[in-house]
Write a protein that binds this ligand. Structure first.
Ligand SMILES: [Zn+2]
Length: 300
């Protein structure tokens, strides 16, 4: 039996559905959020996936994962691939068992990347890899005890890279907001992630559902279904939450913000970009020297 797409087709139109069916989405980290996003995109018509994860599903995962007890002991990427096949047998899925560092080639032909990994270090590795390849990446995080979360779309050299974005949110730099309000940066901890914090499946999936919707919108860019969003970051309150400085957001509301690119960012900043051509013929030592030289100049 093949999947009946009538309901989605009535919403998207057959041409847009065919367009989505040709798209390839990468999911690095097929945990609670990543599994939900992958499955939901498959149910929305995306036809090609690259799923990357090094972990096996354990009993403790099942209360917050798209896969149930039948998948215990299986690699999470392989388990999610099986779930997708149950919904759409025609989906084409490249399963990569292992850490992203061992599968960088999997990022080469993606239309978009879903980042659902734990840990900041690996996010910085992914950030550099997707910038280099010109691939848009969508990161999500759930706050402690599921009280809220955020989703950010990182478009290469169009807005912040993940390093600029994280620096802005974590270092307490002030970004003027519409209406002169400011983000309450203190609520965003060091380990904001879809995996590590306690919270229920419903809190994870609310954030992951918004992440999925934004990914679909990004994939549909160029079609009549695409809508421009009010910013690159949405902060979601599951419970009463101070998102903007001094303003309490009511439960089940959200705020859009637009985090700017940092021109001095060491990953995507102007100095490194200007050097792109000469970098190819320079050693790392040369590159270091040139950065120091330019910084010295700018402070004179
Ligand atoms: Zn940057």
């Amino acid at each position: 039996m093949t999947m009946d797409w009538t309901r989605v087709e009535q919403l998207f139109g057959s041409e847009n559905l065919r367009f989505l069916a040709q798209k390839r989405v990468g999911v690095v980290g097929c945990g609670s959020g990543g599994s939900f996003v992958a499955l939901s995109l498959a149910m929305s018509g995306v036809g090609h996936f690259t799923l990357i994860d090094s972990d096996v599903l354990e009993p403790g995962n099942v209360v917050r994962h798209a896969c149930d007890m039948r998948y215990i002991g299986q690699n999470k990427a392989a388990a999610v691939a099986d779930l997708i096949k149950q919904r759409n047998p025609k989906a084409e899925i490249d399963v990569r068992e292992g850490r992203i560092e061992a599968h960088m080639d999997a990022l080469d032909d993606l239309d978009i990347l879903v980042v659902g990994v734990d840990g900041e270090n690996v996010k910085y590795i992914i950030n550099e890899a997707v910038l280099k390849r010109g691939v848009t990446a969508v990161y999500a995080g759930v706050y402690e005890r599921g009280e809220g979360g955020d989703v950010v779309i990182i478009r290469p050299y169009n807005g912040p890279c993940y390093a600029c974005w994280a620096e802005e949110l974590r270092e307490g730099a002030r970004t003027p907001m519409p209406g002169e309000t400011e983000l309450d940066y203190g609520m965003i901890g060091e380990s904001g992630t879809l995996e590590a914090e306690p919270g229920l499946w419903i809190h994870v999936t609310k954030v992951a559902s918004i992440q999925t919707d934004l990914i679909l919108n990004e994939l549909l860019r160029g079609t009549d279904l695409h809508n421009d969003m009010p910013g690159n970051t949405i902060v979601i309150a599951n419970r009463e939450l101070e998102i903007l400085d001094g303003i309490i957001n009511q439960p089940h509301t959200a705020v859009w913000v637009d985090i700017p690119r940092d021109p001095d960012c060491l990953v995507c900043g102007d100095k490194l970009r200007l050097n792109d051509e000469s970098r190819q013929s320079m050693s790392l030592d040369d590159l270091d020297t040139s950065i120091v030289f330019e910084e010295d100049e700018s402070t004179q």
